[in-house]
Ligand binder design. Sequence first.
Ligand SMILES: NC(=O)c1ccc[n+]([C@@H]2O[C@H](COP(=O)([O-])OP(=O)(O)OC[C@H]3O[C@@H](n4cnc5c(N)ncnc54)[C@H](OP(=O)(O)O)[C@@H]3O)[C@@H](O)[C@H]2O)c1
Length: 313
Amino acid sequence: MNMPTNYRILITGANGLLGQKLVRQLIRHADCEILATGKGRSRLPSVWSGFRYMEMDHTSPKAIGEIFRQFQPTTVIHAGAMTQVDDCEVNQAECYKQNVEATSLILKACQSIDAHLIFVSTDFIFGGEDGPYTEEATGNPVNYYGSSKLLAEKAIMNSSLSKWSIVRTVLVYGISHDMSRSNLILWVKSSLEAGKTIQVVDDQFRSPTLAEDLADGIIKIAMVKAYGIFNVSGPDRITPYQMAVLTAKYFGLDQSCIVNVPSSSLEHKGKRPLKTGLIIDKAIRELDFRPKSFTEGIGILAKQLKLAHSYKN
Ligand SMILES: NC(=O)c1ccc[n+]([C@@H]2O[C@H](COP(=O)([O-])OP(=O)(O)OC[C@H]3O[C@@H](n4cnc5c(N)ncnc54)[C@H](OP(=O)(O)O)[C@@H]3O)[C@@H](O)[C@H]2O)c1
């Protein structure tokens, strides 16, 4: 006989980097029934079990309505979003639809069944003049992606839903199971291995976050029903140049091929905030959140890379 579960958790954007890590970690929780949702068919590994996948475009009220009616989630982790900063800048109407309107639809659906909504937000809601930021800091985005996330946050905070959590995070890195996504570590490693010289900015400060750690923080929030705003990021506050140097050191590659440059020398459609990073004391204190340092994170990625290559060969 199947035992009833305490949590019915619906994940949006389950094919994405964070979504994959959430599914992977949640299937180990016996007291959770998991519904992974995303755009189109599942791109999660077919060998994983212990969850169901259903297509749900989070801009479609009809799809959301049907899936919420069928599954009746107790908890919704809204990880799906339009995440490429430059695309959001160029296509603001689409970004508004994907990040603001879609969140309002998910919010309404949660309100209709009094589900706990966990919304994944970003350090890019801040202006970057005076980071790192606490949960109380005021948003002042410098690009459209950040504006869209801040609007979505405000819609949640100003709603009648009492059970909400906003999880702000920073520069998430990790390896997706199909290696479909690059990140700074993989880019630095492959460029230096190919003998290329790379330019990396040294005036932006971030708290890089291992995707597994972010998933862990979110799951803790879901399990203990921690409501309100939580900063969930890595513990270090370093520049992309420093991240590149640490990566080169870890893999024994030539650091002299990494050239530090100011942000002003790179052209981006969406402006990047300079000094962000998040203060994570609240998550450490209230959730016992213990994120890995960036160097530990590189080690974890290196192991995953080895494993991915051994499966291929
Ligand atoms: N990555 C970072 O550095 C970072 C930093 C701060 C905050 N965040 C936030 O963290 C969350 C997870 O990000 P991530 O790194 O996992 O990004 P990701 O890999 O780009 O995942 C986002 C997912 O959302 C899905 N999606 C987009 N539009 C959709 C729609 N209409 N219906 C259903 N799914 C849709 C995408 O589907 P497809 O795969 O089919 O395109 C993708 O799988 C996002 O809310 C992001 O804003 C990320």
